[in-house]
Design a protein around this ligand. Sequence first.
Ligand SMILES: [Zn+2]
Ligand SMILES: [Zn+2]
Length: 674
Amino acid sequence: MPNGPLLLEIALPVPLPRTFSYRFVPAEDQDPAAAPVVGDLVRVPFGRRRGVIGLVTRAQALPPGVATVDGAVLRDVQEVLGPEYRLDPGRLELARWMAGYYALPLGEVVPLFHPPAPGTRARKSRKPAPEAYPELDPRAITLTADQEGPVRRAGEMLREGVFGAILLHGVTGSGKTEVFLTVIAEALALGRGAIYLLPEISLTPQTLARIRSRFGDTVAAIHSGLSAGERCRVHEGAARGEIRVVVGPRSALFAPVRDLGAIIVDEEHDSSYKQDEKPRYHARHVALVRGRQAGAVVMLGSATPDIESVARAREGRFEMFDLPRRQGVALPEVRIVDMRGTGVREGFTDDLLEAMGRELDARRQVLLFYNRRGFARVMQCADCGDAVVCPNCDIGMTLHLRPRRLLCHYCGHAEPVSGACPSCGSTAFLPAGGGTEKVELNLQAHFPEARVMRLDHDTTRRRGSYHRILSAFARHEADILVGTQMVAKGHHFPQVGLVGVLAADDGLAMPDFRAAERTFQVLTQVAGRAGRTRPGTVIFQTWRPEDPVILAAADHDFGRFLEEELPVRRSLGYPPFRRLARIGLLGRRLGVTREAAAALADALRGELEGRRRTVLGPAPGVFERLQDRYRFQVLIKGDMTKKQKHWVAQCLRDLKVAYRGVEGFIDIDPMAVF
Ligand SMILES: [Zn+2]
Ligand SMILES: [Zn+2]
């Protein structure tokens, strides 16, 4: 490239599927090699803003005298960011793939690929990260025969330098982390780097400590808890090849690790891998794409793999390995306790209270899990445990008050509230509300002597409180810990002898086709907290003791759960058999938002509906109104081409013009309810 002015095409983070033209004028003394190239990040003025970061998608010599493009005066690039921030060809291709697959403008994907304030200097004094647990003792590692299989296969892939995906299904405590660390060590030995993804890094300090103690200074964690300067230091260190292993939540996937050899997706079923705000993407899916581009091994691991991952393995696209045995202590025995007609006292059966009393007398700890959250408006019978389910979609219907009716929020099907259970005729429905706070209060009544701690959204708002509670409980400063699914994550509490689940069926009636899968996952994970060092007990209290999901979770039988669940998914056309896309609409005014949703659904039906695709809705969101916005959604069941997705995205931009104040988004492969 000659050392003259350049005409650059730049993708900017704005909701328009186009690039913008800018001029780059080199400084008098500039090295021609420093001229911007495709993949570079630049700062440019945009409208009245300055310093907007964009991606160079095209660079060409600007003929002398040209100062306008299409009648618009070219503005000058303010700054070209250093080569540490350049998107190398692999990551550039990944960004383009994401823009195509998720129907996003390229410029809206680019912020994932750099820290929020690139170029910020880190302050010198770096406080060591707080570790909630003592250092793990270094020990000689001998892999079990189960662990050796996936390690050997990953090693073959690494040495061949080809992409491969491995799904590691290992029961809780079976030594998955050791497999991951050994594979990373092999990648490093071959001169390649690695990325280790964890669902939420603040929830997994032990894993992070283990990775650190194994690989030392070549490892860095990247997450939102770091200062801008620290994030830049990690990013630049990775780009220069000084940092070889980057650990973090989904955002770590985009780090510029050089010669990437392995990507680990730990707890691959975890829903936090899905980003539910713009740009919407699923890190597990994107990890596979990055791995393919880099010729890397991608290892997904979980005690309860996502059904979609299992389906890919059955299709032969992933290789699957099992770690069916726990190391040391056997899996805990799970007892199912029927809550129907037993005189449950403030949420506790006599069986659970007795078991708790025994543990506390023996000076052991108790972990209680209660996950009742915002879905109390699901109608669930207190006598037979059945929920009112949509006849079209097989998901729980939600109670809406104005007008009073039951509604399926997938397809919009409505039914009157009859007041009687359609299965058994009972008029008793499960009480709404409650929550962990009430459980904590009731516990004091049952066990006035016991020291109780609570772990949920409310008690962990303050920075660091999560660690404080967990480490205090690990030090046995409390006898009982009661909490939401936060307690189900991979913690290790050696003193816990009993895990109690207060309502094991709680999630089953959620208005989501993944309700059964989510319930199975959380029950399995929470049961895995018991008896890590000595045989432990788990009690599932439930209104639905015959439910196959609960029975399979109690038996730690993932295979049986799959055989129950897969036929349901197949017959209703849900993933993994057909893809889903969700279109969400939000507006301040109910009338116009509803009208826009109806018009959109009509347009989508006209264009997309066919033998292999169905358009459902519009239906109101589960929360019809949230943050002063009315919410509607339309679901598209079935595969769409890239062209069709972008056509939908264009429909949404047109809709915004036609219906003032209505905003829409497209969510490819949605994971959560709206
Ligand atoms: Zn009933
Ligand atoms: Zn429905």
